[in-house]
Design a protein around this ligand. Structure first.
Ligand SMILES: Cc1cc2nc3c(=O)[nH]c(=O)nc-3n(C[C@H](O)[C@H](O)[C@H](O)COP(=O)(O)O)c2cc1C
Length: 325
């Protein structure tokens, strides 16, 4: 059955997960144009969403071509999270996603993100406050499988997941690693299967080690989750979604020719210059080109050529030399 989150139809089961530093509006638009059915913003601090200013403008920018989209928020106080959720609702985000998963030390030290995996009472108070603040808007959660790697029973996970569904959450997305694990080691797909078995009638999305379109489909087939969120595997490969659609339809996944890669890189550059300013646009694309390079047959030479690039003219010269003009 086609994926839905609450009343929001998503359709295809492979979406773009939240990625700080990557899943901004320009990259989301690139992924959309290549078949991503659903995207999430980077994690935003609830206070940033509420503070009017340049930072907020940059984070919450929406585009008619970028729907359905979830705004992801992170915070400590349930009331502030609820206010931020209401603000996202007014701005027109289709879904509000709560980040209880971020393992960054500073975030956890401030009791945000992944710290909530260790504080089910606060996590559930947050879910309840947010659900009440955005009636009719699906609220979803991004969870880790536990806080500590040694926590074999994962009691807090189950308390939060069960309580969240009872409180009206529309879906949970589970990154099958502990907060302590950060991004190291293998993701525990068997746990994702266990979660889906526990919530057969609820929407469960899987995350972790979705390294390729084939792995995305394998995760769904092996665990029974309703959909997956691609993350590191889709950084620099926005064709991920079209390729996953090809595979799901039984077709050979189409590999983009260099001319198409070039067109996407320049389009991404234009979108980033429009969304921010030319200086920041160049900075973002210099960084992103290193990721796009993984699709290039001469990736190492290309990366070496990109490293010393400083100006727009230097960057264009490298792109044109490796991708053609
Ligand atoms: C650079 C980077 C930034 C990330 N930022 C976020 C974020 O802002 N919010 C979030 O929920 N997850 C974030 N994640 C986690 C991913 O969405 C995903 O759950 C995780 O990387 C596991 O999937 P993977 O093993 O396929 O990469 C981030 C991951 C990376 C590598």
């Amino acid at each position: 059955m086609a994926l839905r989150i609450g009343a929001v139809p998503i359709g295809f089961e492979v979406g773009l997960g939240a990625l700080a530093g990557y899943s901004d509006l320009p990259y989301r638009l690139i992924c959309r144009s290549l078949g991503a059915p659903y995207c999430l913003t980077e994690a935003m601090l609830d206070r940033q969403v509420l503070l009017e200013g340049k930072m907020r403008k940059r984070l919450v920018r929406l585009d008619p071509a970028d729907h359905p989209v979830a705004g992801q928020i992170m915070g400590v106080e349930p009331e502030t999270m609820a206010e931020a959720a209401a603000a996202l609702d007014r701005m027109g985000f289709d879904i509000v996603d709560l980040n209880f998963a971020c393992p960054v030390r500073k975030v956890v030290a401030h009791k945000r993100g992944g710290a909530l995996m260790n504080d089910p009472a606060r996590a559930l108070a947050t879910v309840r406050a947010v659900v009440a603040a955005v009636p009719g808007r699906p609220v979803t959660l991004k969870l880790r499988s536990s806080f500590r790697s040694a926590d074999a029973c994962r009691e807090s996970f189950w308390t939060i997941a069960r309580g969240a569904f009872e409180a009206g959450a529309a879906a949970i997305a589970v990154h099958a690693r502990s907060v302590e694990q950060k991004y190291a080691g293998r993701a525990d797909w068997a746990f994702l299967a266990e979660v889906k078995r526990a919530f057969p009638d609820r929407t469960v999305l899987g995350s972790g080690d979705v390294t390729s379109p084939a792995e995305a489909l394998r995760l769904i087939a092996e665990t029974g989750v309703d959909g997956v969120l691609a993350a590191r595997g889709a950084i620099g490969n926005p064709w991920f979604f079209a390729q996953a659609r090809d595979l799901a339809a039984g077709r050979e996944p189409r590999r983009p020719a260099l001319a198409e890669q070039r067109e996407v890189i320049y389009r991404h550059y234009r979108l980033a210059c429009e969304a921010y300013d030319p200086r920041r646009g160049l900075k973002i694309l210099r960084h992103f080109s290193l990721q796009y390079a993984k699709m290039h047959p001469r990736r190492t030479d290309l990366r070496n050529a990109l490293v010393p690039v400083r100006t727009e003219a230097e960057w264009r010269a490298v792109i044109d030399a490796f991708y053609g003009t």
